[in-house]
Write a protein that binds this ligand. Structure first.
Ligand code: NIG
Ligand code: FE
Length: 426
């Protein structure tokens, strides 16, 4: 028996649970939306063959699984152990530098004005078209190192800086290559409908996404989801429907960027098509949230984007009153250069009024739900028995220390599939 043990944790976060029955410890934290975050004190977790095989009292588990016989042991005295973070919305594959746009926005230019002038996404597209697949893969590997150091063990990465078949395929192939080489699990989303290429007519471009890009992407067999930027000045509701329906026909599960700047009806479309998630939702109403939740579409909120754009944060009340915790993701991209889920959790707390427990659920179990990696399909985002051995040890005695600390990285140790992949104190 070759096991790894993480022992003597001041707190171990198991994941959300419906109630206090079924072995959930009374240390657990009540969630405002209902249910509890199951946490254990003085706890240990034992991993074998890449998965969690036991959680419980550290004293008992250390007796049963002696430290000296372990393949590896992590002493988490005074620290908190959390499920590995699942970042469900990123555009983490990009090259080039758009820091000057950060300054232009501070001077009053809007995101949409920059895009309309051929900057923003279109600028990254020019740079990505020039790059070789090797350059793209190397850049993504560098980004994955940063994400992993901040506790992300599973990440969704979108294409969408190619906007033609050749470059979209190149991006997806680079994503696949980086996934093979790196401990972080990378989930690929095709987003040919991220912007209208310079000089193109929107309807003609949608034709090419549906007729040329999507069949080629399906043939390539890397992408799992199909996403669209449903927004004023980008893709209309009808164009978004065409893309997502065509994607679904090719076996790609829909996702949608909805209600970021204008409320075009993307949430209703997501509900109707059974999308895995609807993301951004800055302008969404109570009605929209109800539509998403009743269709079991996971809402994904991106507080880093709202923060970076100086936009208001979404209201949590429509979620809370329906007993729901939305997923929280980083949206790491050249417009939101913030790859840390811990920082997104801070913003979710300070900007949106989430409790630390809710924010932790948002970047773990809810994030997994948004990319179909939750308990029903592999169990990322929790530390329940049978879940992947993906976990993060932070320098802080409880989960509160994650959002409480900002501007510093409190992640000390990361295990992926039972292996220690980050250790700041070897
Ligand atoms: O999710 N809103 C659209 N897409 C990205 C931004 C991509 C970019 O500006 O490069 C987002 O925020
Ligand atoms: Fe996005």
């Amino acid at each position: 028996m070759s096991y790894t043990i993480v022992h003597d944790a001041a707190e171990l976060v198991v994941g959300p649970a419906d109630d206090l029955s079924g072995g959930v410890d009374t240390d657990s934290v009540t969630l405002e939306a209902g249910g509890v975050l199951d946490t254990r004190s003085d706890a240990a977790v034992v991993l074998e063959d890449g998965i969690v095989i036991e959680i419980g009292s550290s004293d008992e588990l250390v007796r049963q699984y002696p430290i000296e016989n372990a393949a590896a042991a992590v002493d988490a005295t005074g620290q908190c152990v959390l499920p590995g973070f699942v970042d469900a919305h990123t555009h983490a594959l990009f090259v080039g530098d758009r820091s000057d746009e950060f300054e232009a926005k501070l001077r009053g230019q809007t995101y949409q004005e920059i895009l309309a002038e051929g900057g923003g996404i279109l600028r990254t597209v020019r740079r990505v078209r020039e790059a070789s697949e090797q350059e793209l893969r190397d850049r993504l590997l560098e980004h994955l190192d940063v994400l992993l150091a901040h506790g992300t063990t599973t990440v969704e990465v979108k294409s969408g800086y190619g906007l033609n078949t050749e470059t979209e395929l190149k991006m997806l192939s680079a994503i696949d290559g980086a996934d093979d080489e790196h401990p972080v699990d990378v989930v690929a989303t095709f987003m040919g409908a991220h912007a209208i290429p310079e000089g193109a007519d929107a309807d003609d471009y949608v034709d090419s996404v549906v007729e040329d890009q999507l069949p080629a992407v399906a043939d390539q067999g890397i992408a799992e989801f199909c996403d669209v930027f449903c927004e004023e000045g980008v893709f209309t509701l009808e164009q978004s429907r065409r893309v997502l329906e065509a994607g679904a026909t090719q076996g790609l599960t829909p996702k949608i960027h909805a209600d970021e700047f204008e409320r075009l009806g993307g949430t209703r479309l997501a509900a109707e098509l059974g999308a895995a998630s609807a993301d951004h939702l800055l302008q969404s109403t109570d009605w929209d949230v109800r539509a998403l939740l009743s269709a079991d579409v996971t809402p994904v909120l991106l507080p880093g984007t709202a923060f970076g754009l100086g936009e208001g944060y979404p209201d949590l009340e429509p979620y809370r009153k329906r007993g729901a915790v939305p997923a929280i993701a980083t949206d790491f991209n050249p417009n939101c250069h913030a790859p840390s889920p811990g920082f997104a959790a801070t913003l979710a707390c300070v900007g949106m009024g989430m409790t630390p427990a809710e924010a932790v659920v948002g970047i773990t179990e809810r994030g997994a739900a948004a990319i179909d990696r939750d308990r029903a399909s592999g169990g990322a985002g929790t530390l329940t028995v049978g879940a992947p051995g993906d976990l993060v040890v932070i320098d802080g005695s409880s989960h509160r220390h994650l959002p409480y600390n900002f501007g510093v990285n409190v992640v000390e140790t990361v295990l992926k599939a039972g292996e220690i992949v980050v250790s700041r104190h070897p």
